[in-house]
Design a protein around this ligand. Sequence first.
Ligand SMILES: [Zn+2]
Ligand SMILES: [Zn+2]
Length: 468
Amino acid sequence: MKEPKVHVGILFEPQIEFILLNPYRINGMEISGKQVVTYNEGRILWNGRLYDELLFEPVNEATDAFELLDVTIGINFHWERKEDQRFLGSLKIIVENKKLTGINVIHVEDYLTSVISSEMSATASLELLEAHAVISRSWLLAQIHKNKEITETQTEYSAFTQTDEELIRWYDREDHTRFDVCADDHCQRYQGITRASTEIVKQAIAATRGQVLTSDGKICDARFSKCCGGAFEEFQYCWEDVKYPYLTKQRDWSKSTTSYKLPATNAMQNDSAAPVAGSSSLVADSPLPDLTQEAKAEHWIRTSPEAFCNTTDKKVLSQVLNNYDQETTDFYRWKVVYTQEELSALILKRSGIDYGQIIDLVPIARGTSGRLWKLKIVGTKKTLTIGKELEIRRTLSTSHLYSSAFVVDKEDISPEGIPARFILTGAGWGHGVGLCQIGAAVMGEQGYKYDAILLHYYIGASIEKLYE
Ligand SMILES: [Zn+2]
Ligand SMILES: [Zn+2]
């Protein structure tokens, strides 16, 4: 297999303006300079003629670049604005939904360099960046290989089962149909070569060139989240009811701290929770409890068990958290307090269901990390069990609750049984399936190699080189 190219949908406008900074080939001609293409009754108007599709290809692939003018970035965010962006590779123009779509066709490794440079902090360790490069490449090649039979172009799809007592819903990303990935947060934010890529990222991409995670001959669905909370969640408790062998329960901790660890050259000397080479007895004594059992989950969440991601080391956290805020270190274990008024108003607003006053939040079913995937909301007007984890997190927060691994305390319960306050004590940030970014950052700092990090989180998977 040769290095594949990825088709990235960049902009969707009735008219697209761009500058070919070097000579580009199209229909046997060489052209350069400013170009304008306009949507015209289902076709593309360019230089006075109509086309169904246009492809501008660089004469010198390694260096030639073009600039797209007025690309909207941060769509639907408060900082939405337009900027000119610069790209390597080809520019393809197609007609879609009565507009033109500008697509950048680019080598996979160039795309990854850009994406990882803008997503990851420049302070991240090489091992963490290498692990991320393999995950991003796996995800990207899975998108490219996907059979494109889906005709709808929603950005998210959900599936649900509903009875009088239960509403269980899960959400996942919808794939694109006319290109592989978009340039927005829906897929991965991509700005071409508008901003310089980081040296250490280039190194991490080169060192892992062509490598992806595979299982049973297929590219893995390499999910990841911010912080697992000490134990891995399994796929079926968050999304479709499918069990992937490499996304399975385990403590976020290594039993063999001495076997696949490098000499502790850059180990975190100050972190007393970090394992020290040669003293792995801590772990043998502490296997993962069955967190699907309520009592065990409650103990787990109310305590702070050792785990790679159980850290408050600011150096490590700043490698993973975008716009890192010094205050936000309490996500391994966290607390949220709601008054009765706040909680009942919040649930009404977020779910559109009027439960009346909230009497109780009852855990019904938990996954392998202690995350709730079924929660019963008991109100004065209505009682309903909801799930899965994202539905629970969206219902109980104005944005997303850190995670659905929480226990509930009620305070000042009135004679009628109405609590005045609810205290949610929780563990972790995100869905907890696959790689735990904080844990992986700690492993990188402790000197674990990128392949050891990946195989810790994607159990039994292989790392395969798909092309040279
Ligand atoms: Zn997308
Ligand atoms: Zn973790």
